[in-house]
Design a protein around this ligand. Structure first.
Ligand code: AMP
Length: 420
């Protein structure tokens, strides 16, 4: 089905063609007609599904076809998103898809001087993409009014909650006009998200992509069991495979990210870190170096990585497993985007086995284990039994799927001796 059959107007169709988009992704095919119809939308979609265009295209169309040419522009659509990187990328989508319309947009986020953001706002924009903190700040200073908002989008709602933005989101909601169209997107739908959605949406239509199966199927996933102290050596070993042209590596902490970068640089592997302690321009520079492959490895913490969208990024590596299982889904969703190929490796030490159990429960599948790598996990139990007690490790038969790519040749998959 081409975009044309979704009744998209010519100026937007033209930019989609220039972007190289021939057919809508499933979420776009479902969401665009609902939004164009003026109905509220509850979208449950995993990352990399084309969710941004699913709201940006119909918003542009609705605003373009009802555009008034008042002397003073009003903000007619607000997109609230949790991170700066995500805000920038959503802004880019509006720029790309809306380039043949006369609509204007801007992006505001914290961590940088507000001066140039205020200047653009004072000239007037139709669409505002914002992170909650800076939005409230500029509203309080009187630079932004939300009174004319016609379409409101809450993006990555589950992440907003994880990051503790719920109070900010509520303050923004209180400033929105009662009569509006609202679109609500979340990768996962735990009860507190459903509750929040209920307070925002009126008679919404629900769009769910791959319900109950949040991991992008196309991504090949592998677990390496390894002792904590050997993770760095294993990382160098994995990256000695030159077919891995670039990789996004996740750590749990900012300090951990810096340490991994140091280790990589010591081994002459070009790497940069992206996390909340880095200045915004350093984060942007690291990201663009990674995008143009000047940097081979980008080491990121979860918060900084939320908005990373690199075309054809094939490898994601979890240096540490996340303690929140949904985070695993977001991390690996950085690869395999819009149907492209992707591989996710995860290092799991003894203490992280509980996290792995939660992840496998969420994604409803066992992740294949890479065995016979040079740094196998020796200490399987973080809490050791007293020496005199003879402990028999439970033996399990493995029903894990076999990997089907080149990894099989390098690190052979054998019976899984997991004792979790
Ligand atoms: P998102 O889930 O919005 O972050 O989008 C993931 C990636 O898919 C982005 O790189 C988009 O540029 C790309 N994309 C979105 N829609 C389409 C489409 N209809 N055809 C091809 N690529 C798309």
């Amino acid at each position: 089905m081409p975009f044309k059959s979704l009744q998209i107007i010519e100026p937007i169709l033209q930019s989609l063609q220039e972007e190289g988009y021939s057919t809508p992704t499933p979420i776009q095919a479902q969401a665009i007609p609902i939004v164009l119809d003026g109905t509220d939308l509850l979208g449950c979609a995993q990352t990399g599904t084309g969710k941004t265009a699913a709201f940006a295209i119909p918003i542009l169309q609705l605003l373009a076809t009802t555009q008034t040419f008042d002397r003073r522009k009003k903000i007619r659509s607000l997109i609230l998103t949790p991170t700066r990187e995500l805000a920038i990328q959503i802004g880019e989508s509006f720029k790309n898809y809306g380039r043949h319309t006369k609509l204007s947009y801007t992006v505001i986020f914290g961590g940088v001087n507000q001066f140039s953001q205020v200047q653009v706002l004072q000239r007037g924009v139709d669409i505002l993409v914002a992170t909650p903190g800076r939005l409230l700040d500029l509203m309080n200073q009187g630079f932004i009014s939300l009174r004319d908002i016609e379409i409101f989008v809450l993006d990555e709602a589950d992440c907003m909650l994880d990051m503790g933005f719920i109070h900010d989101v509520k303050k923004v909601l209180a400033a929105l006009p009662h009569k509006r169209q609202s679109l609500f997107f979340s990768a996962t739908m735990p009860p507190e998200i459903v509750k929040l959605a209920d307070t925002i949406l009126k008679n919404p239509k629900k769009v769910e992509i791959a319900p109950g199966q949040p991991t992008v199927d196309i991504i090949e996933q592998f677990i390496y069991f390894v002792d904590k102290g050997n993770k760095s050596s294993l990382l160098m070993d994995v990256l000695s495979d030159q077919s891995i042209k670039s990789a996004l590596v996740f750590t749990r902490t900012k300090h951990g990210a810096d340490k991994v970068v140091k280790d990589l640089l010591r081994h002459n592997i070009k790497a940069e870190a992206i996390h909340g302690n880095k200045a915004q321009n350093a984060r942007q520079r690291a990201l663009s170096n990674f995008k143009d492959q000047t940097t081979r490895v980008l080491v990121a913490t979860d918060i900084a990585a939320r908005g990373i969208d690199v075309d054809q990024m094939e490898f994601v590596l979890n240096y540490e497993l996340p303690n929140i299982p949904e985070t695993y889904v977001h991390r690996i969703g950085r690869t395999g985007r819009a149907g492209a190929k992707g591989t996710a490796f995860s290092f799991c030490d003894a203490e992280e086995k509980a996290y792995l159990r939660d992840i496998e429960k969420l994604i409803r599948k066992k992740i294949p284990v890479v065995e016979n790598h040079p740094y196998p996990l020796i200490d399987h139990n973080p809490v050791k039994a007293p020496k005199h007690q003879h402990q028999q490790r439970p033996q399990r038969t493995d029903s894990r799927p076999k990997p089907e790519n080149a990894i099989k040749d390098r690190h052979r998959l054998v019976r899984n001796p997991r004792s979790n």
